[in-house]
Design a protein around this ligand. Structure first.
Ligand code: SF4
Length: 368
């Protein structure tokens, strides 16, 4: 057995015992492992957890404002507030748009995310969530990034648990994983994320999990990060997951450079290639193992074909239809909306079983 085979075999033995690879082994997988070896291992873990089933949700994203005072260098979506295309939707506008997608497509999840808009008080969010919850009671509200939550709590001078309780009472069901990017401050400094905001992401998620609010986790790759940063990132999420089991899914998604400051400054010119995308899917599957069973393929940044490939390399959730999404189109990449029929076809085409779910991952219909 070669040294390479020996290391992979050690990782495989650990995974079979239900353990996870070490930091060094994760860096090894990123830097030296063959993508197909990783894919086989990852897919076999997924087969053991959820078989050939692939879940998806009919959902929309409500980007209620693009005004943001954080101004990350990887974001093409934000406006400072003075531009002609800066916007903020009032509650009536939001309800009208949601009603359209609710009536037309029967959406089950509403992802609400926007810029960190300094003009919006807590009352805006409470009123928004309450109104949506009253009008669409079976629609799971999956809302607000840690950046938004952190700003609101500071603006209102209340603690994160107080804020989360208030929002939950108003109708918030779960919290998306946005804002995680790569936790290391070394990387966040280049991305122009506030220093310490990686640790803050973990601490806000921990507070949510302590209150019993389930959340998602993410990692953005394909910019200035190195393998060691991704290894640290994955292990930090795993450590928190082992404490409360509050994460329902993990999505590794690749950075889209179009129209961002990172592209304008020639720091990142191209998006990650397919091998990189699949490596991140497979490695996250291997690291999280049975501790975090759902790995989501990000078709929004990779397209339908890569979405299918991600399933073959260990993902078991397609994500959503994501009607009305505005962040990725701001990069110049045109993805369009995906009807649920296309997801069902795409999953069946590769011999897997589409299962429609709601926001809490409860099965609505099995399309076997
Ligand atoms: S990623 Fe979010 S916090 Fe950063 S600039 Fe864009 S909207 Fe603002």
């Amino acid at each position: 057995m070669s040294q390479y085979e020996g290391i992979l075999s050690d990782i495989w033995k650990k995974v079979n015992r239900g353990d996870s690879p070490s930091y060094d082994e994760i860096v090894f997988m990123y830097d030296s492992a063959n993508i197909n070896d990783l894919g086989r291992m990852a897919r076999s873990i997924t087969d053991g957890l959820t078989g050939k089933q692939v879940s998806f949700v009919s959902n929309m994203i409500m980007n209620y404002t693009n005004v943001c005072n954080v101004r990350c260098k990887f974001c093409a979506f934000y406006r400072t507030g003075s531009e002609d295309d800066a916007y903020m939707l009032n509650v009536e506008d939001v309800v009208l748009r949601v009603k359209h997608f609710y009536d037309t497509f029967g959406i089950k999840q509403l992802l609400i995310q926007g810029g960190v808009n300094p003009d919006l008080p807590l009352d805006y969010y409470v009123n928004l969530f309450q109104t949506l919850h009253e009008k669409f009671p079976d629609l799971g509200i999956h809302g607000l990034s840690t950046s938004e939550l952190s700003f609101i709590s500071k603006k209102e001078k209340i603690t994160i648990p107080e804020l989360l309780e208030t929002l939950r009472k108003a109708g918030l069901e779960t919290i998306p994983g946005a804002g995680a990017e790569i936790f290391s401050d070394e990387v966040r400094k280049i991305l122009r994320r506030p220093l310490g905001s990686g640790k803050e992401w973990l601490s806000i998620m921990e507070e949510a999990h302590k209150l019993g609010i389930r959340t998602s986790a993410t990692m953005m790759f394909g910019h200035v990060e190195e393998s060691r940063h991704k290894a640290e990132h994955l292990l930090s999420i795993l450590e928190l997951q082992k404490k409360y089991h509050g994460f329902v899914s993990f999505t590794p998604w690749n950075f889209e450079p179009g129209n961002t400051q990172l592209e304008k400054e020639n720091i990142v010119k191209y998006r990650a290639g397919g091998v990189d995308v699949l490596k991140n899917i497979a490695i996250s599957r291997i690291v999280f193992n049975k501790h975090l069973p759902i790995i989501q393929s990000s078709w929004l940044t990779n397209g339908v074909q890569m979405g299918q490939m991600a399933l073959l390399y260990g993902a078991n959730d397609w994500g959503g239809t994501i009607y009305d999404e505005k962040v990725i189109p701001a990069t110049g990449k045109s993805v369009g909306n995906l009807r649920k029929e296309i997801i069902i076809e795409s999953v069946k085409e590769i011999g897997m079983i589409p299962v429609e779910r709601d926001n809490m991952y409860r099965t609505i219909r099995n399309y076997n």
